[in-house]
Design a protein around this ligand. Structure first.
Ligand SMILES: Cc1cc2nc3c(=O)[nH]c(=O)nc-3n(C[C@H](O)[C@H](O)[C@H](O)COP(=O)(O)OP(=O)(O)OC[C@H]3O[C@@H](n4cnc5c(N)ncnc54)[C@H](O)[C@@H]3O)c2cc1C
Ligand code: FES
Length: 345
């Protein structure tokens, strides 16, 4: 028989929220039932947005993706709250501040229209949206993401905009198109300018961290460039002075996109350097030759004051870069990352 337990969620700024959760209910759903919207996205154990650390109590974990919650993290009592079922009263620490918890979804879901759809490279599409619900505000902390719904379905996918918060209602996404992907299929075969799209968000905790004048190194693999661009565009908008470098990596030259946008940004910001790294570059390639991980490692070895690192892209690239950062003596708390994990489906 199901029993009821008390759940206490403790945020990074030492505030807390409490609610009850039945033993046959996951913690995210129990919180929503009580109008408490904790950080979550896929609600299927696939994206890691709802990750926390259980410090008190016991629980059972349902099925989760091993990329979202590797076994070593499970052993350290990290949990995905959307697949976590209490068998005891629990306390869970989450890596975000109290103001990221919402008490209604009002304003989080809105309708948009597609205003631009452009092929940027052999496998990347730019998708621009405009709010069509009469509102003009795009609330966004650069680095966060939105969930986009495939029209006529309830299927959603997470995407991080490359733009910054604005009062024009505009969103700009950079999306990798997969051969057999659901959202990819929609973009390739059905999407057209003027079409309506439901959007929910923003969500997520990836973003710029105040750390004095410490330099910021940004490492982007493929469409991982999107949230990185949003952060650097934010720095430009607000005149943030930290020296920064964007390492933008791909395997082949044909996969590189946004060269003009990146060059323009570099020309406009005195404190920005951009390194485009192509792993399997042709002889005529004029940018950096080699994997983004190797080029970053070389640069990190040659500098005395260690930067903060912001990593975003496919899990393999992010994990390899993380390892390199640790090897050259950058402590874990200086590395901020977002993995573009596949949907749980
Ligand atoms: C927080 C967050 C932010 C994200 N932001 C972006 C973004 O800005 N731009 C972007 O392009 N993507 C982003 N993603 C990934 C995105 O949400 C989708 O997972 C991806 O676009 C695939 O969706 P799909 O419906 O086309 O494919 P699906 O139908 O989900 O998958 C089809 C097949 O492809 C596999 N697959 C899915 N993703 C990958 C992958 N990355 N590498 C290899 N195989 C894969 C699946 O396992 C499945 O077999 C983000 C993911 C997260 C969690
Ligand atoms: S919301 Fe829990 S893993 Fe995605």
């Amino acid at each position: 028989m199901a029993t009821n337990h008390q759940i206490k969620i403790i945020t990074e700024d030492a505030q807390s929220v409490e609610f009850d959760c039945s033993s046959d209910e996951d913690i995210i759903s129990a919180a929503i039932r009580q109008n408490i919207f904790l950080m979550s996205s896929c609600r299927e154990g696939g994206c890691a947005t709802c990750k926390g650390e259980c410090t008190v109590g016991d629980y059972e974990m349902g099925k989760v993706s091993s990329q979202a919650l590797p076994s070593e993290e499970q052993e350290e009592d990290l949990v995905l709250l959307c697949r976590c079922y209490p068998i005891d009263n629990m306390e869970v620490e989450v890596p975000y501040t109290f103001d990221r918890i919402a008490y209604s979804e009002e304003g989080k879901q809105f309708t948009t229209k597609i205003t631009e759809l452009e092929e940027l490279s052999c496998n990347v599409v730019k998708l621009c949206l405009q709010r069509s619900d009469g509102e003009k505000t795009i609330k966004l902390d650069s680095g966060q993401f939105y969930d986009l719904e495939i029209p006529g379905t309830t299927i959603t996918r997470s995407y991080s905009p490359a733009n910054i918060a604005n009062n024009k209602g505009e969103l700009e996404f950079l999306i990798r198109v997969l051969d057999d992907g659901k959202f990819s299929g929609f973009l390739k075969n059905e999407a057209k300018v003027g079409q309506s799209l439901n959007v929910t968000g923003p969500s997520g905790i990836f973003g710029l961290v105040a750390d004095g004048f410490t330099p910021r190194y940004f490492v982007a693999g493929g469409t991982g460039l999107a949230p990185i661009l949003s952060m650097v565009r934010f720095m430009k908008e607000w005149g943030e002075p930290q020296p920064c470098v964007i390492y933008f990596g791909s395997t082949f030259e044909k996969e590189i996109f946004y060269l003009d946008e990146l060059k323009a940004l570099e020309a406009e910001m005195d404190n920005l350097t951009i390194k485009i790294c192509v792993w399997k570059a042709s002889d005529s390639w004029e940018g950096e030759k080699g994997s983004v991980v190797d080029i970053l490692k070389q640069d990190l070895k040659n500098i005395s004051s260690k930067p903060d690192l912001y990593l975003c892209g496919p899990p393999g690239m992010v994990d390899a870069t993380y390892t390199v950062c640790e090897e050259v003596g950058i402590s874990k708390d200086k590395i901020y990352l977002e993995k573009f994990l596949p949907s749980a489906s």
